[in-house]
Design a protein. Structure first.
Length: 405
């Protein structure tokens, strides 16, 4: 009976005290994100409190079964004081994409599809919004970031060039960025909120040259900035590891170059030489096919990630690539995610930028939800570290050469 009396009296009290009716607006909630995957011990969490690193403490103590009463009590106090929201209870995953479409071309679409494919595979609610800019000018980037922050996004995947990423670094926005196209060494100003998924081509070239035993070698590269950069790295690595190597040819391959017969027609040097090719997939295919046509099969042909592609398989015969070794940093695409990409006519099995964007989405999903990452590539100092696989080829596929070099 007493319970019903209270129920009847309470509404009457509210009607008589209008000034004390709380506004029906929920209190704002605070979300504190982890900067990395580090696990703190309770002693280390106690040190964070002692040193006044309150937000670092609440970020890494969230979700931990704290045994120390004092530390647990302090966390509950901060949870109440700051009205902290448990990341595991977030209802959706919000990721923005910053896309300089005239600079990166088709990757404006393929990176977006890679992000969508990953999130669709998680079968959870999410929000993805693309912010298109025509170029990487400071004003365009600054305006886009302002809109991203205004729209409430804290996580951004940005397939930028070195120039655009350095502009973002100088703007120093306090939101998370993942650059799938760049290695962290390309950025002059560091930021704890920036993550990088670019391939380390120097490591690939270093590993490839373990197949080289000295002697003659010919270098081919295309006129693009990337081709020239890769050729320069090859020269530096050769000078470091093989100072006595005999570089017989250094050839910059132009856009219209399709005939390489002048290099090996009536010339048997290539039979006892090695090749390092940093040309496009089509140019590499032409070069390999012509070597076979003129019965000039080098004892070794090396190439980086740029030629790890089914296009090379379809445009050449097995005999053309009999001595070809290609470096590859793509490991496990995960079948379900790869199949979802396939529905979008998107490739993460051979296209490393799309694969990198997928790893970035996996990282952000982990940072937002606290759930484990499904991709095993470690992240050290905000850089994805890829395992480098040495690949040979059969008629219709690549396979890993697991011989120890």
């Amino acid at each position: 009976m007493f319970r019903y009396i209270l129920f009847l009296i309470f509404p009457t009290f509210l009607l008589c005290s209008k000034k004390q009716i709380p506004a029906p607006v929920p209190l704002p909630e605070t979300v504190v994100f982890k900067r990395d995957n580090r696990v703190y011990s309770e002693d280390e969490l106690g040190d964070l409190i002692f040193n006044g690193q309150i937000f670092t403490f609440v970020a890494y103590a969230d979700g931990v079964e704290l045994q120390n009463f004092g530390i647990r009590e302090r966390f509950l106090i901060y949870q109440s004081l700051f009205h902290l929201k448990n990341l595991d209870k977030l209802q959706g995953i919000d990721i923005a994409l910053l896309l300089p479409e005239k600079v990166i071309g088709r990757y404006s679409f393929s990176v977006t599809n890679a992000v969508l494919s990953y999130l669709i595979s998680k079968k959870e609610s999410f929000r993805v919004k693309s912010y298109y800019i025509s170029n990487e000018e400071n004003s365009s980037i600054a305006s886009a970031i302002e809109n991203i922050i205004r729209d409430g996004f804290q996580f951004v995947i940005a397939p930028m060039t070195e120039e655009g990423a350095n502009i973002i670094a100088n703007l120093s926005p306090d939101i998370f960025f993942y650059f799938p196209t760049l290695h962290k060494d390309r950025i002059t100003k560091r930021n704890i909120f920036f993550y990088f998924g670019g391939i380390n081509y120097r490591r690939q070239i270093h590993e490839l040259l373990k197949y080289f035993d000295g002697g003659k070698i010919s270098l081919f590269y295309d006129k693009s900035p990337k081709g020239r950069e890769l050729n320069q790295i090859v020269l530096e690595e050769l000078n470091s590891s093989f100072p006595d190597a005999n570089i017989t040819v250094i050839r910059e391959v132009g856009r219209r170059d399709t005939d390489f017969s002048d290099l090996y027609k009536d010339n048997n040097d290539s039979l006892h030489s090695s090749f390092f090719i940093n040309t496009t997939k089509v140019k590499s295919s032409i070069l390999l096919a012509q070597l076979t046509a003129y019965d000039q099969q080098p004892k070794l042909i090396l190439s980086t990630q740029i030629n790890y592609s089914p296009i090379l398989l379809s445009m050449t015969q097995p005999i053309d690539r009999e001595n070809l070794v290609t470096a590859n940093s793509i490991s496990n695409s995960h079948r379900e995610i790869a199949d979802t990409n396939y529905l979008f006519n998107n490739d993460i099995v051979y296209d490393w930028i799309n694969y990198s964007a997928t790893i970035g989405t996996d990282l952000f999903y982990h940072l937002i939800t606290g759930k484990p990452r499904i991709y095993s590539e470690p992240i050290e100092n905000n850089q994805v570290i890829y395992t480098i696989h040495m690949m040979r080829s059969r008629e219709r596929e690549f396979y890993e050469d697991k011989r120890v070099k």
